[in-house]
Every structure is written in structure tokens, then in C-alpha cells.
Design a protein around this ligand. Structure first.
Ligand code: SF4
Length: 298
């Protein structure tokens, strides 16, 4: 087997920044610190943090006001009211929200203050989008859509009938091709369409790299959390080129029967995948290669 790594993969700037905050807390042996929600969508990392004293809470009511001294807001961010409530509890907030996500917060805040109805392209259940919605001010209408078909459906229901303008942002992990379709569609019948490119460059770069790699290999291994949307996007892109594409969380998910001794193996990883997990996967594939009778991979 030959192993090819995507030119860009793994931890992005925003995740690295938040993880570094948590690691520093561990290093300083600080106690009574929790994260609001899993810090990133990666169980290997959240397990590591838990073992080292940083657990996560899923809601405000889960916070033990007596014991908790600091709450880290995760990379995806949180609603403004959540942050304000934690502060009111007398607990210090360490804001680990990725600056690119903060930019989306500022945009929707400004658009809504200027009375723009807002269209958010993304997954309404994703913590990033829940946080973004929390920054919409007043009672401007807003919609969260996954694709152009959902926008067409809203139009049929007359939801856009009176709109003279609309502001559009996207989840940072969205695909540009899908976003283009939606923006073009709305431009046909809404006089003023303000689109902000809030797709993150790190995600773009990882996506471009897998567009390049996947057509050249026989099998693609995509490493990342099962709920990590940027990892799922990488999987979808790889799968569109290479049928034998597998999404795994770590080396324990690998199956030797997926591989052939002369495969060209492509590897990519989501933005929340730690380097040590990627290394373990590569080592495991090398072990498989030995078992399958290949020459040692250098
Ligand atoms: S993928 Fe982009 S937006 Fe998301 S955390 Fe990383 S740098 Fe930030």
C-alpha cells in the first residue's frame, strides 16, 4: 500500500486556539473548570480533557454554581444569553468561540438591527447555528435552510412575498457550490440580497485538498468525530470520487477487510481531529499492510 496525506487536514486555527486554552488550564493544574458543551466534536479529545479534570456541561442547569470557577465557551460558540447568564452566576467565562464564528455573530446582529430578514444556510440543530440565532436582535424573520429545495419550498409558502431585502450567512462549514445556488435563486426575486461569505477558509482548504486527493487513490479514510460537520463534508466530497471511502473516529474503527495489499490509501481529517489520532490511524494502516503482505511503508 501507499499512503497519501491530504495537503491540508486536521486541526484548524479556531480549534487549535480553543484546545490550547484548555491545555493551558490543565498545565496550570487549575480546578473546577468546565466547557459549555463538548469543546469540539471529537470524543478522543473530550475524553482526554475529562481524564484531566475538564468535563463538559450540556446546559446552564448542569452548571454547579457552588463548585464551578470557570466555563470555557467552545469553538462553536454559544448564545449571547448563555454567556450573559453564566457571568451573572458569578462564574468567569473564557470565550473559546472561534473568531470566524464570532464574525457571523456580529454580522447577524448588525443585519437584524438594520431590519434585514435573515437566511442562515446550515444545520439548525448544530451548536454553531443555535449560537448564531442567539445573536439575532428584535423580531426580524429568520430561516435556517439546508439546501435550495428548502428555499423553494419557503417561497411556495409565500414566506418571502413581502421581502424587499434579505441578509444571508452560512454555517462556517458549508459548501460554496450549494451556497451559490441559494444566493442566485434569491437574487431572481428579492431586490436586495446581501450575502456574506462566512464559509471558513480552513474548511475550504481541507475541502480543496480532498477534491485533489480523492480521485487519485483507491480508498479514502476520513478521520473525525461522527458529529463533526466539517468531517462529514470531507466524507461526502471523498465519496463522490471514491466509492471506498470510510469515515472513522480513530484507529479502532479501521477494518483490515477494507484494504487490498496494493491500494493507494488517501487520508484526510476533520478540523477537530488531533494529530495524535491521525498518527495512530497511519500506524494501524501500516500494520495492516504488513499483515496483507505488502512491503514496509516508509
Ligand atoms: S473550521 Fe474554521 S470556523 Fe470552524 S473552528 Fe475551525 S477555523 Fe473556526
Amino acid at each position: 500500500m501507499e499512503i497519501f496525506l491530504a495537503e491540508k487536514m486536521g486541526f484548524c486555527f479556531g480549534v487549535k486556539r480553543t484546545v490550547d486554552i484548555a491545555m493551558k488550564i490543565i498545565e496550570n493544574k487549575e480546578k473546577n473548570v468546565v466547557t459549555f458543551g463538548p469543546i469540539i466534536h471529537n470524543e478522543d479529545l473530550t475524553d482526554y480533557l475529562k481524564k484531566n479534570g475538564i468535563n463538559y456541561v450540556n446546559s446552564l442547569t448542569d452548571i454547579d454554581v457552588e463548585k464551578t470557577e470557570k466555563v470555557i465557551i467552545r469553538t462553536h460558540g454559544a448564545k449571547k444569553e448563555v454567556i450573559d447568564t453564566i457571568k451573572k452566576m458569578g462564574i468567569k467565562v473564557i470565550d473559546g468561540t472561534c473568531p470566524y464564528v464570532m464574525r457571523v455573530h456580529r454580522i447577524v446582529e448588525k443585519l437584524s438591527k438594520e431590519n434585514y430578514p435573515i437566511l442562515i444556510i446550515g444545520n439548525k440543530d448544530h451548536p454553531e447555528i443555535i449560537g448564531v440565532i442567539g445573536y439575532i436582535q428584535g423580531d426580524v424573520p429568520y430561516f435556517v435552510v439546508k439546501n435550495v429545495e428548502e428555499v423553494e419550498e419557503l417561497r411556495k409558502q409565500g414566506k418571502f412575498d413581502k421581502f424587499k431585502k434579505i441578509g444571508i450567512v452560512t454555517q462556517t462549514t458549508e459548501k460554496i457550490d450549494k451556497v451559490r445556488k441559494i444566493v442566485n435563486y434569491l437574487m431572481d426575486f428579492i431586490p436586495e440580497v446581501r450575502y456574506f461569505k462566512t464559509i471558513c477558509y480552513a474548511t475550504d482548504e481541507n475541502q480543496q485538498a480532498i477534491h485533489k486527493l480523492a480521485p487519485m487513490v483507491d480508498i479514502v479514510i476520513v478521520i473525525g468525530g461522527k458529529h463533526s460537520s466539517n468531517t462529514i463534508k470531507l466524507y461526502e466530497i471523498a465519496k463522490s470520487y471514491c466509492k471506498r471511502t470510510y469515515h472513522i473516529q480513530n484507529e479502532k474503527d479501521l477494518r483490515i477487510e477494507w484494504f487490498k495489499h496494493d491500494d493507494k490509501v488517501g487520508i484526510t481529517a476533520g478540523a477537530s481531529t488531533p494529530d495524535w489520532v491521525i498518527k495512530n490511524v497511519i500506524d494501524k494502516i501500516k500494520e495492516f499492510d504488513q499483515i496483507l503482505g505488502g512491503k514496509e511503508i516508509l
